[in-house]
Design a protein around this ligand. Sequence first.
Ligand SMILES: Cc1cc2nc3c(=O)[nH]c(=O)nc-3n(C[C@H](O)[C@H](O)[C@H](O)COP(=O)(O)O)c2cc1C
Length: 169
Amino acid sequence: MKEVGLFYGTYTGVTGNVAKKIVQHLGEENVDLFNISTDGDKMKDYQKLIIGTSTWSIGELQEDWDAFMPKLQKMDFTGKTVALFGTGDQVGYPDTFLDGMGMLYETFQYRGAKFIGFWDTKGYDFTSPLPLLDHDHFVGLAIDEDNQPELTDERIEKWCQQIKPQLGL
Ligand SMILES: Cc1cc2nc3c(=O)[nH]c(=O)nc-3n(C[C@H](O)[C@H](O)[C@H](O)COP(=O)(O)O)c2cc1C
């Protein structure tokens, strides 16, 4: 078992691709990669977690995360470190941009997790309050492959540099 477990939910593959890039930046020797649709139960084995989701159906959690919710709501994350990332479409869905990431933040926070990897809102244009930590920060990395694909790689790289020491890597 590696130091960090990365769990993602994806429908068309965008979040899965971001997850793979995060693993590349943090080192394959450091991170185990899991799809929440099949391997969610393994979350309890890790003290350090990276959690990724997209948002669908105007403000709904990606469906595999949604299906896993009843189990997630019984897990204890006290003393565990969590870094979140989300993918969404700020032009098509500004009012619910990255709501899924915000919902996971609330759930993990309620269950005792400590968070790293907050991300500046500069360079995004949206109105959704749910993915926000405060006025200037998202609760995790924000990726918009629909409208800003040219920024994705540098965002991932910068975020990984930010969280790497916090993960002890
Ligand atoms: C019908 C539909 C509804 C969507 N609703 C939202 C939304 O409410 N908020 C958001 O940020 N993105 C929304 N999106 C955009 C997706 O979340 C985005 O394309 C994401 O990168 C898909 O990732 P995935 O392939 O990993 O599931 C929506 C897309 C579609 C087609």
